[in-house]
Unconditional design. Structure first.
Length: 87
């Protein structure tokens, strides 16, 4: 019984990580069409899919991973991301 819970737990969080990674890949793929200003709506979909599949925890993980990916890999216009990190 405990193994089944562990697999379910891992599966839910794996979906969160994979959906955030897929959102990053899709965003990188369409970035040239938007002249370097990539729309970030794929990350919203990743958070929604993760929350629908796994619940609140995986949804929040996908949101945090999406934020980290955007800040690290994509050029965010202005200082909005830095201000968000400072609070």
């Amino acid at each position: 019984m405990i193994q089944r819970l562990d697999r379910s737990f891992l599966r839910r969080y794996a979906v969160a990580a994979l959906s955030a990674g897929a959102a990053a890949g899709l965003t990188a793929a369409i970035e040239p069409f938007f002249h370097g200003k990539a729309p970030l709506f794929f990350f919203i979909g990743a958070a929604l899919v993760s929350a629908a599949f796994g619940g609140l925890g995986p949804g929040l993980v996908a949101t945090a991973l999406g934020f980290a990916i955007v800040v690290i890999f994509f050029q965010v216009q202005g200082r909005a991301a830095i201000r968000a990190l400072r609070w």
